[in-house]
Write a protein that binds this ligand. Sequence first.
Ligand SMILES: [Zn+2]
Length: 306
Amino acid sequence: MFQKWVEKALVEGKEKEIEVRKDVFWQRRCRIIGRVGLELTAKENFDEIIEKPCIFCMPEKLAKFGNEFGREMFENGYAFLFPNINPYARYSSVCAFKKHYIKPEEFKAEIIEKNLELCIEYIKKVMELDNIKYASINWNYLMPAGASILHPHTQVVADEHPTTYMEKVAEKREQFREYIKEEMKSERFIGKIGSISLFTPFVPFGFNEIVGVVSGELFSSIDEIAQALEAIISYYGSIGRNSFNVCIYASINNEFPLHFRCITRQNIAKYYRNDAMFFERLHSEVILEKKPEEVAKEIKEYLKMQ
Ligand SMILES: [Zn+2]
């Protein structure tokens, strides 16, 4: 399932090594090169946008649900969920935290769980209204991760049709289970948080990637997912990263196991270098500096200290 080899290049008489990895399940490769500063670790001041209230600070101005939802928006003490005015699917909503700015290390399990609580209330509602087969809870934290607004918010996408990723894991569900088993047997297995098993993938989709496989179903697992996300995001904060993506993938009919992926993105900076270049966007290959085995070791040590 996993293959790797080293290619050598001569640069001004010096040998440079490129580790190429291939993951047979995903049919994806990645390349691991020496440390050259691909990941931005420097932090710039962005107080200017932190201090500016935004549309998510004014819930009265946001889009409202129609009568079929029985309420204009979903709300609890920490978050509110409303329709996405630019929907990505038949059901597409935004769940904003109530605070305009939250640092990565401040995302405690309790506030993440409160956000996920509204996301699942919304998913339950759309399941009543329609034949929904797939749902995802997604998170772009800060602009380098794709957020258009600084104010932290997750997004639910629910539809009868899967995304490309979901279709792959649903169609090859047996191989996907084998793939998960292989990852868990490896040195990249991090450990368990409740019923969630965490690992770093052999061929990651992005920097510092961590995958969590949940043994329960979505509606009864958000407390444990929130605990795992608190641990991962706080680890990201500890290694100086302030932008990340999270995706929780759910199949209503259990066509694939409930799981999530988290990656860091470039730190927020004015003239930043994007982490997706021609290799990532046009060759479907990720370039990394840090081996997934090192990420696993680092987060294991970090979690031990907590
Ligand atoms: Zn705001």
